[in-house]
Design a protein around this ligand. Structure first.
Ligand SMILES: [Zn+2]
Length: 313
C-alpha cells in the first residue's frame, strides 16, 4: 500500500494541571477554557510546540535553529522541516514552508470545576510595604481532565520541498511571471525521511514539555490511541474518540470511522490503557467486532513504525 499519511487521535488523562494558560489579570494564571468555561483546552500551537520540544530532546543535534529564528535549511534541520516557517528571504532558498504536521487543539472532554491554587513565592516576607503585596502571591487555575488530541502527518512532504517554477515573459513594464509547474528543490531521500517520521511518532508517544510544567509532571502522552495509516492525505477521521460528559467514548462515531477506513483501505491500529474511558467493555467489544486488536499503546506505535520502515517512501 502506498503510504501518504498517518493520522493519530488520542486521549490523555491529566491530574489537576494548567497546560496552557492565557494572560490573566494581576497574578492570576488563567486556564484556557471552552464550552462556557466548563472544559479546558490547549491550543494546537502549544501542542505543536510541546511535540517539537519532545522530539528535539531526543535528537538535539538535528534541530539547527529555534522556531523564532528559522534557518530554513529543510535538508538538514529537522526543526525547519517539521515546523515549517515563514521567514524574510535572504539570498537563495525558500522563505516559507507549510508544516507537514497538522495538529488540532487538545480539548478537555469532561466538564469539571476549576480549582484555583495558591502559589507563594520565596520573597513573601521580604518587603513589608503594601504596594508590593500583589507580587507575593500568585494564583493558578487548574483543572483535572481527559484531553482528546489529534494530528496528521503528511508523509510525502517530510524532508521534501516543492517550489513553483516561474518564467519571465516580456521586458520592462510588460514583464509577467508565468507559472511553469513544480520542481522538487529538497529531497532528503527515503532513509532520512523514515527516520524523521519515526522521530515524530516517538515524540507523540513520549509527548511532554508543556509550559507551566517546570515542576508538575502532567503530560499529554497517549493512553488510548487510534493510529491510521492512509494511502491518501486528508484530515478526515480526526473526530474519533470523542467522549461524552460521563467519559464514555462515542461508539457510534468510532464505528462509523472504522467502517469508513476499512472501505477506503486504511489500516487502523488501536493502543489502549485500562481505566481511562468509562465504557471500556463496550469499546473493547466494538473493536473485537471490527477485528481491530486493542493492544498496549507502545505496541500500536511499534506496528505503525514497522509499516513506515517497510514502506516505499
Ligand atoms: Zn532550522
Amino acid at each position: 500500500m502506498k503510504m501518504k499519511a498517518i493520522s493519530v487521535v488520542w486521549l490523555a488523562r491529566t491530574d489537576l494541571s494548567n497546560l496552557n494558560s492565557g494572560q490573566g489579570s494581576g497574578n492570576l494564571t488563567e486556564l484556557k477554557t471552552y464550552d462556557h468555561g466548563r472544559k479546558p483546552y490547549v491550543s494546537g500551537q502549544a501542542v505543536r510546540r510541546a511535540l517539537f520540544d519532545t522530539i528535539a530532546r531526543a535528537y538535539d543535534n538535528r534541530f539547527l535553529c529555534v522556531a523564532e529564528k528559522p534557518c530554513c535549511d529543510v535538508a538538514n534541520c529537522w526543526g525547519c522541516d517539521l515546523r515549517g516557517f515563514l521567514a524574510p528571504k535572504s539570498g537563495e532558498g525558500s522563505d516559507r514552508r507549510w508544516s507537514p504536521l497538522k495538529v488540532a487543539p487538545a480539548l478537555g472532554q469532561i466538564p469539571a470545576e476549576i480549582v484555583t491554587d495558591l502559589l507563594t513565592r520565596m520573597s513573601i516576607f521580604e518587603k513589608e510595604d503594601s504596594s508590593t503585596k500583589d507580587n507575593r502571591i500568585a494564583h493558578v487555575q487548574l483543572m483535572e481532565n481527559i484531553f482528546r488530541l489529534a494530528l496528521v502527518l503528511d508523509l510525502e512532504n517530510i524532508g521534501r520541498m516543492l517550489e513553483p517554477v516561474k518564467e519571465e515573459n516580456g521586458k520592462g513594464k510588460n514583464k509577467e511571471e508565468a507559472f511553469k509547474g513544480w520542481q522538487v528543490t529538497v529531497d532528503v531521500g527515503s532513509a532520512e525521511r523514515k527516520e524523521r517520521i519515526k522521530a515524530v511518532l516517538d515524540g507523540i508517544y513520549n509527548l511532554n514539555g508543556f509550559a507551566k510544567q517546570a515542576r508538575a509532571a502532567a503530560s499529554l502522552a497517549p493512553e488510548v490511541a487510534l493510529l491510521t495509516v492512509q494511502p491518501v492525505y486528508n484530515q478526515r477521521g480526526l473526530r474519533a474518540l470523542e467522549l461524552n460528559d460521563k467519559g464514555e467514548v462515542d461508539l457510534k462515531q468510532l464505528a462509523w470511522t472504522l467502517d469508513e477506513h476499512k472501505a477506503l483501505g486504511y489500516q487502523d491500529f488501536f493502543g489502549y490503557t485500562p481505566g481511562v474511558v468509562s465504557n471500556e467493555a463496550e469499546l473493547l467489544a466494538l473493536l473485537q467486532q471490527k477485528e481491530i486488536e486493542a493492544q498496549p499503546v507502545y505496541a500500536a506505535f511499534e506496528q505503525v513504525k514497522a509499516l513506515v520502515a517497510a514502506a516505499d517512501l
